[in-house]
Write a protein that binds this ligand. Structure first.
Ligand code: SF4
Length: 357
């Protein structure tokens, strides 16, 4: 243990007093009262405090980390404690024993690990959950948290990711040996504001802005989104906000009084208002919903009808790439689609009402 930690702790106590869940140190008239690891020491001199603290290295190290090295902002501090389930350990010694083994948590598609390094300090590691079992040598190693912003931009196929919390984060990278502040910075670059909103929710201060309020304040080309209400808002959430599309847990509804009939999701961190991606998509849907309904006559065999439904599902679920070219048994197979298109070439697949006149 660094003797400077003992000196800093004692100096801090002399100026401000220390009263944490695991360690208390107060001074009156140059005499100290120390409570550490469940033992009370009264009427200590400065030298006796130093000597006594040296016999409780775990408590001193924990104090030094949580009250000197860890980011002191409430949300970040709480996040770091959550990662190692700090409050579940009854004493600093227990906590450090657990950290020697290592602790981990999942945050969206991120896997956050923490353990004590050779210097007995916390070292954090961040990687994709799908890379949990890969060795660090198999992954591209980074140490600058700002790199996370670049990694978050594209998926494994090099496609741009317009939604940071879509479950399409690329794999193959690792940030190892991070300090606590670098760890929370990297997480913020991958998933902006998620730590802050998670903490607001835990402390009962998450300010939710519902659909109606969000669309009412849209201006210009997005003002049209206000036209979507009722079932259409459910369809928007079903299209964009379920777990298969976004890792946030939707907390907004149409209004505070009209709950959407769509699963909120199981995400660890909440979504407090419709995001810009959803608003941009809603603008298009609002314009399309202005069209009048028509009745069409469709000439299809039963299998072709089923094929159209299967193709719609495959596109909506983003699984068309998974259909093998040779698998013509799959109704969403590309050759099946091309055959149907060729068969219908020259015919109108859908007869509009005017065609009957
Ligand atoms: S509005 Fe929907 S898609 Fe956008 S961040 Fe929130 S939950 Fe995700």
């Amino acid at each position: 243990m660094a003797s400077s930690d003992v000196d800093r702790l004692r100096a801090h106590a002399a100026e401000h007093g220390i009263d944490t869940d695991t360690l208390s140190l107060t001074v009156v008239d140059d005499r100290y009262r120390l409570v550490v690891d469940g033992t009370v020491y009264e009427d200590l001199t400065e030298g006796e405090v130093r000597d006594t603290l040296a016999t409780h290295p775990a408590a001193v190290r924990e104090w030094a980390f949580w009250h000197r090295r860890a980011p002191q902002a409430d949300a970040r501090w709480a996040f770091l404690r959550w990662i190692e389930d700090a409050d579940a350990h009854s004493s600093p010694s227990d906590r450090r024993a657990a950290l020697t083994e290592g602790e981990q948590q999942r945050w969206g598609q991120l896997l956050v690990r923490v353990r004590l390094n050779d210097a007995q300090r916390r070292a954090y590691e961040l990687r994709h959950v799908d890379d949990a079992d890969r060795s660090a040598e198999q992954l591209d190693a980074y140490d600058d948290p700002r790199t996370a912003r670049a990694l978050a931009k594209y998926d494994n196929d090099g496609r741009y990711r317009p939604l940071a919390t879509a479950p399409t984060l690329q794999t193959g990278w690792v940030f190892a040996g991070l300090e606590a502040d670098a760890l929370v910075q990297a997480v913020d670059f991958f998933y902006p504001a998620t730590i802050a909103n998670w903490h607001r929710e835990r402390t009962g201060t998450l300010d939710v802005t519902h659909w109606a309020e969000t669309t009412e304040r849209q201006t210009g080309i997005y003002a049209v989104t206000e036209e979507l209400d009722g079932a259409a808002v459910d369809w928007v959430a079903e299209a964009c906000c379920v777990d298969s599309q976004c890792l946030k847990r939707r907390q907004w509804d149409e209004t505070a009084d009209r709950t959407l009939d769509v699963a909120r999701g199981d995400g660890t961190f909440p979504c407090r208002e419709p995001c810009s991606l959803v608003i941009a998509a809603a603008r298009k849907w609002a314009l399309l919903e202005r069209e009048d309904q028509q009745t069409y006559t469709v000439q299809l065999t039963p299998s072709e009808k089923e094929q159209l439904e299967t193709m719609l599902d495959a596109v909506a679920d983003g699984t068309t790439d998974e259909v093998r070219e040779a698998d013509v048994g799959n109704a969403a197979n590309r050759y099946r689609a091309r055959y149907l298109r060729a068969k219908r070439a020259g015919d109108e697949l859908f007869e509009s009402p005017e065609d009957d006149e």
